[in-house]
Design a protein around this ligand. Structure first.
Ligand code: AMP
Ligand code: TRP
Length: 334
């Protein structure tokens, strides 16, 4: 008998142009998981509006992120690929879960603390509640596994706490989802300040590589990446810049850290940087070509997100109804 496949849910916000960090920390791993699992990959536009978005840009990026999913190799026949705002159960279940979440636990989230310190008093309530929406995303599909980068681990822990709280209060309802944080590429660092994570919201374009950056831009950014004066290619916390470039090369080529250190022994950084840049270009160039092809085919892309939303709605409304029933809401019909 066919054993039921375990369920995966993950998403990326269309809040900026996707970076090499998104690609190595998230997307590249999603592709590897699609055969073994029943995967839901979502463009989380409801999350993106927790910071102000220009409508035209949001529209453009939402479709671009979807095209990047497809171009990176996520097969729409095997996976459910969709846009979060097309599936109303996410926001509805998030409201329910909000009523089981303490403001104290939300205020302790590192990402909220970081962002609210930047926006001060005018930080919106959505930013505080954002992890509850993320919990809703995951729990309404009864996901077993959530592949994310390290920065999302705390949000996953909150999701698990909420699932347990609901289960204990009523009766077993949700799976307790596990984070899936693969070692390679789990945290790609900023190229200019390699002690910070590479982020699409950075003000300095030299600090990140975008998935859609042209080859010459990638080469330039890597050649300008901050290293140190030690001059040895070594994976060490004392050399965060070099360590990060080793991580990138390892995540793309699969060469081990020792192999990389040995290859560049006694050579300084010049050739090493050239090779890192070439590895990135070779990986991203074919993806960029496909993204552009997909974006030019509006009908194809629409057919994918429509089909994805239908399937996602069908599956998630069952869980939403279950939650409503346990809470004590009166069903419209049986
Ligand atoms: P976000 O860009 O915050 O929507 O993140 C989307 C996904 O990419 C999440 O799974 C993150 O953990 C992952 N991610 C974002 N930035 C990085 C990075 N610098 N290194 C590794 N993974 C990342
Ligand atoms: N919060 C995630 C991020 O910023 C994106 C996200 C939203 C997500 N919902 C999710 C990731 C559900 C995994 C599962 O990266």
């Amino acid at each position: 008998m066919d054993e039921k496949k375990k369920v995966i849910f993950s998403g990326i916000q269309p809040s900026g142009n996707l970076t090499l960090g998104n690609y190595l920390g998230a997307l590249k791993n999603w592709v590897k998981l699609q055969d073994q699992y029943d995967c839901y990959y979502c463009v989380v536009d409801l999350h993106a509006i927790t910071v102000r978005q220009e409508p035209k840009e949001l529209r453009r990026r939402t479709l671009e992120v979807l095209a990047i999913y497809l171009a990176a190799g996520i097969d729409p026949e095997k996976n459910t690929i969709f846009i979060q705002s097309h599936v109303p159960t996410h926001a509805e279940a998030a409201w329910l879960l909000n009523c089981y979440t303490y403001t104290g636990e939300l205020g302790r989230m590192t990402q909220f603390k970081d962002k609210s310190s930047r926006y001060g008093e005018s930080v919106c309530a959505g930013l505080l509640n954002y992890p509850v929406l993320m919990a809703s995303d995951i729990l309404i599909y009864n996901a077993d596994l959530v592949p994310v980068g390290k920065d999302q681990k705390q949000h996953l822990e909150l999701t698990r706490d909420l699932a347990e709280r609901f289960n204990n209060l009523y009766s077993p309802t949700f799976n307790i989802p596990e984070p899936y944080i693969p070692e390679a590429g789990a945290k790609i660092m900023d190229l200019q300040e390699p002690t910070k994570k590479m982020s699409k919201s950075s003000d300095n374009p030299n600090s990140y590589i975008l998935i859609m950056d042209p080859p010459e831009v990638i080469r330039r950014k890597i050649s300008r990446a901050v290293t140190d004066s030690i001059g040895v290619v070594k994976y060490s916390d004392e050399q965060p810049g070099v360590k990060n470039l080793i991580t990138i090369l390892n995540a793309i080529t699969g060469m081990t850290i020792e192999e990389i250190e040995n290859k560049y022994q006694g050579q300084g950084y010049a050739q090493f940087k050239v090779d890192v840049a070439e590895a990135i270009v070779n990986e991203l160039e074919p993806i960029q070509k496909k993204v552009n092809e997909i974006l030019n085919d509006k009908e194809y892309i629409e057919s994918i997100y429509k089909k994805g939303a239908e399937k996602a709605y069908y599956v998630s409304s069952k869980m939403l109804r279950k939650m409503q029933k346990k809470i004590g809401f009166i069903p419209v019909s049986k």
